[in-house]
Design a binder for this molecule. Sequence first.
Ligand code: BG6
Length: 493
Amino acid sequence: MVARIIKVDPFDLIVFGGTGDLAYRKIYPAMFHRYVDGQFTEPFRIVGISRRANTDEEFRDTVRDALKKFGDSGKVPAETVETFLTTLAYVAVDATGASGWSDLQHWLSGAPDRIRAYYLATSPDLFGAIAEGLAHNGLVTPASRIIVEKPIGKDGASANAINDQIGAVFQENQIFRIDHYLGKETVQNLMALRFANILFEPIWDAAHIDHVQITAAESIGVEGRGAYYDNSGAIRDMVQNHLLQLLCLVAMEPPASLDADAVRDEKLKVLKTLAPIDESNASTLTVRGQYRPGASSGAAVPGYLEEVGKPDSTTETFVAIKASVQNWRWAGVPFYLRTGKRLPQRVSEIVVTFRHVPHSIFGANPDDVAENRLVIRLQPDEGIKLWLMIKEPGPGGMRLQHVPLDMSFAKAFEVRTPEAYERLIMDVIRGNATLFMRRDEVEAAWRWIDPIRNAWANSSEAPKPYFAGTWGPNASVALIERDGRTWNEELTS
Ligand code: BG6
């Protein structure tokens, strides 16, 4: 199958934090791949911005290295890489001061009507100052957009403050809040699966679904991001955004269209119907853990406290939560969420487990007929598995087997799966906000998360230890097994 490319209009992409980790690992490689696939219309330009002085040539050299490391540039003719690099420039701007803004004005002045995407790949503390600097220097045109990365704030109050600062300069439809999980192919496939098939929607409810599990497991530790991570922890880093967004896509009502606000209105309703978790119930509905020394891919690895050099840290590196969506469709259906670092493997998946058949004609033991299960694998090996009961072939009576209808996207479609950032940046240039978080969504997510964090902060219990390379604390297993259910055993087998 050949990928179909819809070109985007000419644009300028201006990357603040342009010499940072996110820019080198994700943004430039994403732009490079879109360029190689022929998605850009000339003219287009990319400018990296940071405070330190740098020449265009020095900047291009660092991007060349980054493309080699993170962007498969070795598979592309060297001339293509060099031509791409000529579209890159560097401008030094002090985001919180006065210097450099006139150089940026000068750089942009030749194309006042062209689409401008300002990407703030910086710490959120700088979002307000940069938005103000852009306005103050007359750089916000009608065709401008701003892209901000999570975390937006560290709680509801700080998120409001950041949103106010950006909102004072940009209209809501010019603001693109990235949650890169929404750019993952299989996450978009979840919408296709639910709303482009008649099969699932009629049974997508409490009458037919027993429970839902959402797991985002990582085998890595904090990887040199200790200073950020220790102030964040898994609940802010992964649950407030990625896991809640996945939950919304599973639980939302069918939107009237794919229009950005139609989709976001439905997601917002889900966030608003999440049953509150606070000091009264956090100890039964949540588990937090922190990894101790252990093993990863056969090698010994340090524990979290040693990794961040803070022997007293109570930051959680693992969270499991039993959430409930309080509405007619989902009453009584638990959504078990789980994420952690230094787990045995990197895997993100959604498992929808349907109810048992109401009456078995195949034997008295209800386990003879296992439940249907839909497994949506986000990574690695993106795909969908639908577990069904069939008769085991051959003689020997009516013996049943639980088998998966298994569709691996890589095998079914021989096209490269684009990275989430490729899709998302192209959507910004197109002005399509469907896969981005609206202000009220971010704030509703914090409204659910803040009381959980407060409950933890006021509790005398520390996060429960787990050995690196295991599936988190025992309490996470107990959280689901208390209800007579288990985490998807495919992962542990
Ligand atoms: C980021 C988190 O948002 O997502 C990281 O800040 C995490 O801590 C990453 O490692 C996981 O993303 P992915 O795409 O590798 O699942």
